[in-house]
Design a protein around this ligand. Structure first.
Ligand SMILES: *[C@@H]1O[C@H](CO)[C@@H](O)[C@H](O)[C@H]1NC(C)=O
Ligand SMILES: *[C@@H]1O[C@H](CO)[C@@H](O)[C@H](O)[C@H]1NC(C)=O
Ligand SMILES: *[C@@H]1O[C@H](CO)[C@@H](O)[C@H](O)[C@H]1NC(C)=O
Ligand SMILES: *[C@@H]1O[C@H](CO)[C@@H](O)[C@H](O)[C@H]1NC(C)=O
Ligand SMILES: *[C@@H]1O[C@H](CO)[C@@H](O)[C@H](O)[C@H]1NC(C)=O
Length: 489
């Protein structure tokens, strides 16, 4: 809570120059006055900023300096094109016409399109057979992407922010990219927040973005089920996601987290004032959320607040597809219960009769403690009293050969779709991911539009998976023995 208070205080202290975020008439009038005043000074200010950047490259620009983002539009006129993208594990077949471009093709396309810059925020890198000590043809797409990234690194500005690798994590890819000309910074989230950098997104030429569940791991292209979104020709969104990248980039060479963050990292776009942007011509309200709270600069919605508000806003249904769901701090000792999301789901189911569906993953590494809590949620089901929470468990089957691939064959999706909103994130859903781990999410609200394309497409993906033969209903009876079944997958 102290963090929230700090940033509220910081908000109050923001100089008038930062009115880009202001709501209401008075503020927008002031905005124009300031704009007029500062138009004449802009050259001087930019020169000052430039000098500052020149002489203090290691420091983030100070929060006292006027924001160079004065002219940030509240609505964006870019003709942004959005698409869901997926990795469907080898051998998985859906009896459905719902398909989307593959993450592999999307990454190659982004690499091909890149003209000036590519920024990647990543957790870890294992893009080759060598990294996983395997020898399977399905690593080829990952190896291709790594090669292409290597080629690109020699020709334009490639920056990679990665969680500081542990001694046991392979570092060959990172070294290869460095040798090829990429700039790599390791972010020591363990030291900074006791978490990890779990975010996975790309920003290309400051105008195309990709965000989603896939790690920089060959298995994420062919052996693990992943979901993300790509947005092309959208400088407005790329600029905003770029600010989250810049924060990681700064932390890659800092031992402390700025508090408050300098105004360059602040955003006017959040759950209360999302960016108005056409996505494939559909009026949409969009923002990016981020976690953990200390990484949220002024104006940025915390990932947890985003999830809670999206659930709260649903009128008819909340569909959630996440690998892990736990109302606990998964990695804390002593144990801590953490039920913010759980409570919100029960609340909307009870108070507003919202239909809640959770699609959770089952694989060898599934934490058995997940199931008692999921059964508890699933027991909130009573047709007479209009209580309607259901939980299904999604299992990716594996042939004996596929079983030999370590940490593969799982549904790694991390999204939520309601009757109004599509939320595409990068975090597992347990307390840790919102309290100390760095993640981010794209939140698209198309409830104002008649045709709600992205939301509808995400709903169709959820329904395809929910209705598929790979999903089975979790009974609220403990004799379900699901924990044993998953461990034998
Ligand atoms: C595929 O779906 C169609 C229409 O829902 C159904 O008629 C058919 O039996 C399904 N086939 C399989 C193999 O599940
Ligand atoms: C392959 O992996 C080993 C360690 O697992 C490493 O020492 C070696 O450098 C790697 N080779 C290449 C070409 O990346
Ligand atoms: C997310 O959960 C899975 C399963 O427990 C785990 O393998 C993965 O490492 C988690 N992510 C992080 C950053 O801990
Ligand atoms: C979506 O947009 C509508 C209209 O602006 C707004 O009332 C609603 O609160 C928004 N929902 C979310 C979850 O942001
Ligand atoms: C947007 O348009 C592109 C191509 O023009 C298409 O591939 C994509 O599926 C569309 N997205 C949505 C959400 O309809």
């Amino acid at each position: 809570m102290t963090t929230r208070m700090n940033s509220d205080v910081a908000y109050e202290k923001m100089s008038d120059v930062d009115l880009g975020r202001g709501d209401g008439l008075a503020k927008s009038q002031m905005y124009f006055r300031c704009l007029l005043l500062f138009t004449s000074l802009t050259t001087v200010l930019l020169a000052l900023l430039f000098l500052q950047a020149l002489f203090m490259p290691g420091l983030p620009p100070s929060s006292e300096s006027p924001s160079p983002r004065l002219s940030l539009p509240r609505s964006c006129s870019d003709q942004c094109k959005v698409s869901l993208v997926e990795s469907i594990p080898e051998g998985l077949k859906f009896n459905s016409s719902v398909t989307h471009p593959s993450i592999y093709d999307t990454w190659l396309k982004l690499i091909r399109e890149a003209r000036s810059s590519l920024d990647i925020a990543s957790f870890y890198w294992t893009m080759t057979n060598n990294d996983t000590k395997t020898d399977v043809p399905s690593a080829k797409p990952g190896e291709d992407v790594l090669q292409e990234l290597g080629k690109l690194s020699g020709t334009l500005a490639v920056r990679i922010a990665v969680n500081t690798p542990t001694a046991s994590q392979p570092q060959e890819n990172i070294q290869f990219l460095r040798n090829s000309g990429a700039e790599v910074r390791t972010v020591n989230m363990k030291a900074l927040t006791t978490g990890v950098l779990h975010t996975k997104f790309w920003v290309v030429d400051k105008k195309h973005i990709y965000i989603g569940s896939a790690n920089m791991d060959w298995r994420s292209l062919t052996q693990v089920k992943e979901l993300g979104a790509v947005v092309y020709d959208c400088g407005c969104l790329a600029e905003d996601l770029g600010k989250i990248f810049e924060a990681y980039w700064y932390l890659g060479q800092s031992k402390t987290i700025p508090s408050p963050w300098p105004s360059e990292y602040a955003t006017p776009y959040n759950k209360d004032s999302p960016m108005k942007v056409p996505l494939n011509g559909t009026d949409s309200r969009v923002y990016f959320s981020s976690s953990p709270p200390p990484l949220c600069a002024d104006g940025r919605t915390q990932d947890l607040q985003s999830i809670l508000s999206v659930i709260d806003d649903a009128q008819q249904f909340v569909y959630i597809a996440v690998m892990n769901y736990l109302p606990t701090m998964e990695f804390s000792h002593p144990k801590r219960y953490w039920a913010d999301i759980d409570t919100q789901l029960r609340r909307v189911a009870y108070e507003r009769k919202v239909r809640v569906r959770l699609l959770i993953s089952c694989w060898g590494s599934t934490s058995p403690i997940m199931f008692p809590f999921l059964r508890s949620l699933a027991s909130v089901q009573d047709t007479k009293r209009s209580l309607d929470i259901q939980v299904k468990i999604f299992t990716v089957p594996a042939t004996p050969k596929q079983k030999e691939i370590p940490y593969a064959r799982v549904n790694h999706n991390k999204y939520m779709v309601t009757d109004k909103v599509a939320y595409i994130g990068t975090s597992n859903w347990s307390g840790d991911y919102f309290v100390n781990t760095a993640g981010s999410a794209l939140v698209v609200n198309q409830s104002q539009s008649a045709d709600t394309t992205l939301q509808q497409q995400l709903q169709a993906v959820f329904e395809r998976d929910w209705d598929s033969a790979y999903s089975s209903l979790l009974s609220h009876h403990a004799d379900d023995h699901r924990e044993d079944i998953c461990h034998n997958v």
